[in-house]
Design a protein around this ligand. Structure first.
Ligand SMILES: Cc1cc2nc3c(=O)[nH]c(=O)nc-3n(C[C@H](O)[C@H](O)[C@H](O)COP(=O)(O)O)c2cc1C
Length: 257
């Protein structure tokens, strides 16, 4: 007997996991990409403006060039007021000068569309990986030239890579849903005991990032490894933080003045 629809959808959502660039060469059917895109744009969006755009990258080499990872297909999601502003100008109106609020709003629009694409792809048997590499791989002008981006009101947020897995991740990452993440009615900072409990939960197999053997490497806990080695906090880092490329992008696009 077929599973009830709700169970099928929930199973699909729980089966999501990232393929970290280890995609097979197998091509993705054109029809599948069209169905993924058709579903993606169904996502909710502010003022029905869909103030994002999507650049579809085809072929492993082009995906690698823009994203730094190989996959047969990728969609780059951009915050983008260009379409709307061009229509305003065509009508003789002044163009919007989108600011930080608009940047956040378009980021929400684009993220909802991207997650919808990810779920649609999974329903079609395709796996995916989100990466913000287009935002951080190099100076904005280089990436802007690579993608032929307009000079303002447009910036790349992230890309979603699609394909079939060549190798499976060695484990499925669990998620935290405890205090500090889920609040009831109002915000509650974690107490010392709750922080200890959260940290102990992250020490369990399958929690946290990747499969780094932090125990074998001599770290006393996952967060000890995380704050010292993976994303060193300022007191643990001898390296000057890299230039804030997101801010450079936001300035280039005029979202931040
Ligand atoms: C904004 C964003 C950026 C990410 N960037 C990368 C990336 O550059 N490389 C990578 O391997 N995974 C990247 N990921 C995937 C996450 O590492 C992955 O979703 C997370 O570890 C949880 O694993 P899971 O999706 O397999 O459950 C990114 C995910 C998001 C949402």
């Amino acid at each position: 007997m077929a599973k009830p629809q709700a169970e099928m959808v929930l199973d699909l959502l729980h089966s999501l996991r990232t393929i970290h660039g280890t995609f097979a060469d197998q091509a993705v059917a054109e029809d599948d990409m069209e169905r993924i895109l058709g579903a993606a744009v169904r996502a909710a969006n502010s003022s029905a403006r869909q103030c994002y755009s999507i650049i579809r990258l085809g072929g492993v080499e082009r995906v690698r060039e823009v994203c730094g990872y190989a996959a047969p297909q990728a969609l780059v999601f951009l915050s983008d007021f260009t379409r709307i502003n061009d229509e305003a100008r065509r009508r003789g109106f002044a163009a919007y000068q989108p600011g930080l609020f608009e940047l956040l709003t378009t980021t929400i629009d684009a993220s909802l569309a991207a997650q919808t694409a990810i779920v649609a792809a999974k329903a079609l048997g395709l796996d995916s990986m989100v990466t913000n590499s287009p935002l951080r791989l190099g100076e904005p002008e280089q990436m802007a030239a690579l993608l032929d981006l307009p000079p303002e009101a447009c910036l790349p947020l992230f890309a979603v890579l699609f394909g079939y897995p060549r190798t499976e991740p060695d484990h499925k990452q669990k998620r935290y849903l405890g205090p500090g993440l889920l609040h009831r009615d109002r915000y509650q900072r974690l107490t010392e005991d709750q922080l200890r409990a959260m940290s102990a939960e992250y020490d369990q197999p399958g929690m946290g990032l990747g499969s780094t053997p932090w125990r074998e490497q001599g770290y006393e806990s996952y967060f000890d490894w995380f704050f010292r080695a993976w994303r060193p906090t300022p007191d643990n880092s001898k390296v000057k933080p890299p230039a804030d490329l997101a801010l450079a992008w936001a300035r280039r696009a005029g979202f931040v003045r």
